[in-house]
Write a protein that binds this ligand. Structure first.
Ligand SMILES: Nc1nc2c(ncn2[C@@H]2O[C@H](COP(=O)(O)OP(=O)(O)O)[C@@H](O)[C@H]2O)c(=O)[nH]1
Ligand SMILES: Nc1ncnc2c1ncn2[C@@H]1O[C@H](COP(=O)(O)OP(=O)(O)O)[C@@H](O)[C@H]1O
Length: 181
């Protein structure tokens, strides 16, 4: 695949801002890759925009570049989604956990740029509350953070950022992408 194509992978704990920053990147013309999940949709999530929502029985791993299990649900990037996007676009982005980022780095070593968001536990909880997550979901994600050492920078991160000021974060990421084109 052409080296000038770039896949921006946003990684970080729940509430760190992957979705919000991803939406801003979309506004800047960077196309979002929509992944598939067995998790039920949140109130404001839209099929085909946030995720492709499917039942567990419908997830055939042969159709996916990778599948991860996060907090009891499966998530995966379909081969169809990535192939069709990379045929048409130079620059794409998506949010993934660390397993997904590793798989993408292995598959697309020259194209993949992993951006890792640092967030304290206190701020993560505050933001999940602000997003409207229920207490149970928040507790599950905090436990998941502890169990998986989610806050540790992944070894394959290309850029690490504290998403405090959204506009600043987006600009820093756009600058980083420009430098690595
Ligand atoms: N490996 C992998 N991770 C994914 C994929 N899609 C989403 N994720 C990640 O799965 C985790 C859980 O996502 P979600 O339930 O939407 O929770 P959120 O992080 O609180 O918004 C997040 O770290 C997502 O970035 C995928 O296709 N593959
Ligand atoms: N830089 C920021 N400052 C303040 N709030 C933010 C910032 N980035 C995101 N948020 C808010 O934090 C919450 C969680 O963000 P979200 O993008 O859903 O995180 P993630 O996709 O990583 O789980 C949302 O309510 C969002 O509006």
């Amino acid at each position: 695949m052409a080296r000038n194509k770039k896949i921006i992978v946003l990684v970080g704990a729940s509430g760190s801002g992957k979705t919000t920053v991803g939406n801003e990147l979309t506004k800047h013309g960077i196309v979002k890759l929509v992944t598939t999940t067995t998790r039920p949709p949140r109130e404001d999530e839209v099929e085909g925009i946030d995720y492709y929502f499917i039942g567990k029985a419908d997830l055939d791993p042969h159709h996916f570049l990778e599948v991860t299990c996060y907090n009891g649900y499966h998530y995966g990037l379909s081969l169809k989604e990535i192939k069709s996007a990379l045929d048409k676009h130079e620059l794409v982005h998506l949010a993934m956990d660390k397993n997904g980022a590793k798989a993408m780095k292995t598959e697309y070593p020259d194209q993949c740029l992993v951006i890792f968001f640092i967030i304290s536990e206190e701020e993560m909880i505050r933001r999940m509350k602000m997003r409207g997550d229920c207490q149970e979901a928040i507790e599950e994600r905090v436990i998941y953070r502890h169990m998986t050492n989610e806050e540790a920078r992944p070894e394959d991160a290309d850029f690490v950022i504290e998403n405090n000021d959204l506009d600043q974060t987006v600009q820093q990421i756009l600058d980083f992408i420009d430098k690595n084109k």
